[in-house]
Write a protein that binds this ligand. Structure first.
Ligand code: AMP
Ligand code: ZN
Length: 469
């Protein structure tokens, strides 16, 4: 909306448990979009992602004797910390944090924005789209649907609407079309906040949908550019968010809605309720480095359902390792400073072509599978040139700087030769230990792993030495 700037809001986690890798598909998508807009399009991106630390699920899970508010905080703090740790591991939303001093690079907590939610609820009621009933406050869906469009993200059959019946649950289906809660009356043993309205205290707590409407508005204003989240959030969460923001702030609060498709296991959506989920920790326990999961998800189109398998991660690992291997070769070459002119034009042409193909693929609704395929075309040709000794030190530097640029998106590669030496030395030490313990299976596994990275080991009387194939 504003030249040079993009304002973006992402629905963040409900911190009542460890996030699973399906959830991380959603955050990896937002991260991809953020990186693309920042590093490939040069926008100044203001990115806000909320933390839902009060809703039906967090209240339920934090219930125990004592002060409900303190219990809730203690409980959600733990899962918030775990979540932030997982984000760091996956290189998602670097620089964005709950305690960021920058209002536009922030993860606001719902419990720290209760007054803003109350302000919005009052506006909605004053504008005629909300009402009080039995100490709670509800959104008047039929009244709203008469004046505005309810069903902007997907078709909604208002014939199904059950008049005079209200729903208090945060999550419900399209078949359950009723007036939804903006504010829920305090229940015994539940955390609550005072809410003074028309001379009365409506102590209670917010509904889930109002949280995002109020927090996006606080940090990004009446209208902003992009809102992201998984497809399951289209209804009711995002539809209700639009309705509340329109009713309280202005028409068309969000320019673009971008929804990522689901990550599936055994043909079903990965979800906590189905119990078919892995956390990032589960992956690590299986010996999967998070960066391969990151690459796997980023190289899949965000609007396509994705079937997660361990085989898929293995393939991603091979792909990353092949590219990394070439980068290490380029690093060695670039340090030689050979002053050769060889292959200068060829390399320049190749880089120009690849850069264009890569950028065009991203411009086409973040078509990362196509972008990755352009990268592998490049890799094949580059490896051909390297095999023919037709890459100069300058050429290697140019190729490296291109790889650094694409790593602004992927963030999985290493550009330090020392890393390689350290990591190989570490692996050799591990293998020596395994051999000493007569764990030959482990020793062979390490040898094969290094071989896949293009490193060959030789056991000599003076110890193990390594060389590049
Ligand atoms: P929740 O913590 O349940 O509110 O979900 C957080 C985010 O993860 C939302 O954007 C969801 O749409 C998204 N999400 C949940 N399950 C999956 C899945 N299996 N694949 C992709 N995204 C998901
Ligand atoms: Zn939300």
């Amino acid at each position: 909306m504003k030249s040079g700037e993009v304002r973006m809001y992402s629905c963040g986690p409900t911190v009542y448990n460890f996030a699973h890798i399906g959830n991380f598909r959603a955050y990896l998508f937002s991260d991809l979009l953020h990186r693309y807009l920042t590093h490939f399009k040069g926008f100044n991106v203001r990115w806000v992602m909320n933390i839902t630390d009060i809703d039906d699920k967090t209240i339920q899970a934090s219930r125990k004797p004592g002060d409900p508010k303190a219990n809730l905080r203690e409980f959600t703090q733990k899962f918030e910390a775990e979540f932030l740790q997982d984000l760091r591991t996956l290189k998602i939303a670097e620089n964005v944090s709950p305690d960021s001093a920058f209002a536009f690079y922030k993860m606001p907590r719902a419990t720290e924005h209760i007054p803003e939610m109350q302000d919005l609820i009052v506006k909605i009621i004053k504008n005629g789209y909300g009402y009080v009933k039995d100490g709670s406050m509800y959104f008047n869906v039929l009244k709203y649907a008469k004046d505005h469009r309810y069903g902007r993200l997907l078709a909604i059959d208002l014939e199904q609407f059950q008049d005079g019946v209200r729903i208090d649950a945060d999550e419900y289906s399209k078949e359950n079309l009723k007036d939804f809660a903006l504010w829920k009356e305090k229940k015994e043993d539940e955390p609550s906040w005072d809410f003074f309205f028309e001379g009365k205290n409506y102590a209670g707590r917010p509904g889930w949908h109002i949280e995002c409407s109020a927090m996006s508005h606080t940090y990004l204003g009446d209208r902003f550019d992009i809102h992201t989240g998984g497809v399951d959030l289209k209804f009711p969460h995002h539809e209700d968010e639009i309705a509340q923001s329109v009713a309280g702030y202005c028409e068309d609060p969000v320019n673009f809605w971008c929804h990522n498709e689901h990550l599936l296991v055994d043909r079903k959506k990965m979800s906590k309720s189905l119990g078919n989920f892995f956390t990032l920790r589960d992956l690590v326990k299986k010996g999967i480095e998070p960066k391969y999961f990151r690459f796997l998800i980023l190289s899949t189109h965000y609007r396509k359902r994705f079937h997660f398998t361990l085989k898929g991660v293995e393939a991603a690992k091979t792909a990353v390792s092949r590219m990394q291997e070439t980068m290490y070769k380029l690093l060695e070459l670039s340090e030689k400073g050979d002053g050769r002119e060889i292959g200068k034009k060829k390399m320049a042409d190749l880089l120009k072509k690849t850069h264009k193909a890569f950028g065009a693929a991203l411009d086409d609704d973040l078509n990362t599978p196509q972008a990755v395929s352009a990268l592998f075309d490049f890799l094949r040709k580059l490896n051909g040139l390297l095999a023919d000794n037709a890459v100069s030190a300058d050429g290697a530097l140019a190729a490296l700087s291109f790889f650094k640029k694409i790593d602004m998106i992927f963030s999985v590669f290493s550009f330090q030769k020392e890393n390689l030496e350290d990591s190989v030395a570490q692996k050799i030490a591990q293998r020596n230990l395994a051999r000493k313990n007569r764990d030959f299976l482990m020793a062979d596994t390490i040898r094969d792993e290094l071989k896949q990275q293009g490193i060959e080991l030789e056991d000599t009387p003076d110890g193990t030495v390594w060389r590049r194939r």
